[in-house]
Design a protein around this ligand. Structure first.
Ligand code: SAM
Length: 348
């Protein structure tokens, strides 16, 4: 455990007969999560960070409305939750408000006994600086594309011919990418598309939460099938890309997420490949596709389609798994594939 990331200090325990402080509850939650050896959530890969997340959300349920608004506005980044709680340092030494203990106990039960991911336990997940509503109908937001959104200057550089005016988020899930891109490009109209009506209901609720309904709309479609001839200056997608082998050994926590959001078929490319083949028909002349495929699928794409010219985005953690392709990249590749197909047919 990296001590710097967490609050703990001198471990306090929650024992019968003593009224524990908030710090005591934090330490107790950390100890229980550590002992249970659960699979920790992406972005919170230390027991103490999950404990802070659960404590923070239990506080949101019991504090007065003004405090809740303030805490909520500060808690959109996983790593900042520790800082938000740290500002409560004096308070950490006091007893939490009435009702807190029962709520945290229920949260811990769901997390540790039912192995529910922390975000489903509390019904919210941080993404790109904001807290999104989540239910088990949607993937818990964790797209690496969040890192691109964090660097607005670099992101804008992808659009040297002008900022995107019409954006499609294909496989929108909770709507987190659609809404985050709408925030990043305030002039843009955004469509969030998913094949799952249950996911679209959550996305629409997030659209309301962030008052985005005038600029972000939601539509059911199996990839591009129901989108007619619509064209976009940016298509962003975090499609399902977990291959069959990895699907078979998913930790219990991930099994609460919809298989539709994860399952990328035998080689992880079942949804990625049709996106690559069809995106050019829905991009404007200067349009760009940003797509997350993860590390293993990236390696498969590089091996299978060496002539596909895309720009793999380097991230601070030393990997990519996200590519940017222009419409021209995709058309050139499709032409080469068609040429190879013709060669095979003629040789037959
Ligand atoms: C990995 S999740 C990404 C969700 C969200 N964009 C995010 O980054 O958190 C993939 C999403 O694609 C949707 N999906 C899967 N197959 C699809 C298809 N054929 N057409 C449209 N959406 C699909 C799933 O329902 C799921 O919401």
């Amino acid at each position: 455990m990296k001590r710097t990331e967490c609050h703990s200090r001198n471990r306090q325990t929650v024992s019968a007969g003593r009224q524990p402080t908030l710090q005591g509850w934090l330490d107790e939650a950390t100890a229980q999560i550590t002992a249970a050896e659960v699979s920790l959530e992406n972005g919170m890969q230390e027991a103490c960070l999950e404990a802070e997340f659960l404590v923070y959300h239990a506080l949101l349920r019991v504090l007065p409305a003004e405090e809740v608004d303030r805490l909520r506005s500060e808690g959109g980044e996983r790593r900042k939750i520790a800082k938000v709680l740290a500002r409560w340092q004096n308070w950490l030494q006091r007893q939490p408000p009435p009702g807190f203990a029962a709520i945290l106990t229920e949260f811990l039960h769901k997390r540790l006994q039912q192995r529910l991911p922390a975000a489903y336990v509390v019904g919210e997940a941080p993404f790109a600086g904001h807290l999104y509503l989540v239910t088990p109908a949607v993937l818990i937001p964790r797209s690496r594309i969040e890192n691109m959104l964090a660097d607005a200057k670099k992101l804008r550089r992808l659009f040297d011919k002008g900022e995107p005016k019409r954006i499609l988020d294909l496989g929108t899930g909770s709507g987190c990418l659609a809404i985050a891109f709408a925030m990043a490009f305030p002039e843009a109209q955004v469509e969030g598309v998913d094949v799952s009506p249950a996911a679209l209901a959550v996305a629409a609720a997030n659209g309301c939460r962030f008052r985005m309904n005038s600029r972000v709309s939601w539509r059911q479609s199996d990839l591009f099938a129901q989108l007619g001839k619509s064209r976009y200056s940016l298509i962003v997608s975090n499609p399902p890309y977990v291959d069959q082998q990895s699907m078979a050994v998913l930790p219990q926590e991930y099994r609460h997420e919809p298989a539709l959001a994860l399952d990328g078929g035998v080689d992880g490319l079942a949804v990625v490949e049709p996106i690559l083949r069809q995106a050019a028909d829905h991009l404007t002349a200067e349009g760009v596709l940003i797509c997350e495929v993860g590390d293993e699928t990236e390696q498969r794409m590089r091996a299978r389609w060496p002539t596909l010219q895309v720009n793999w985005i380097p991230f601070h953690f030393g990997a990519s798994g996200v590519f940017v392709a222009s419409r021209k990249n995709l058309l050139d590749w499709a032409e080469q594939l068609a040429g190879q197909g013709r060669e095979v047919t003629e040789a037959d």
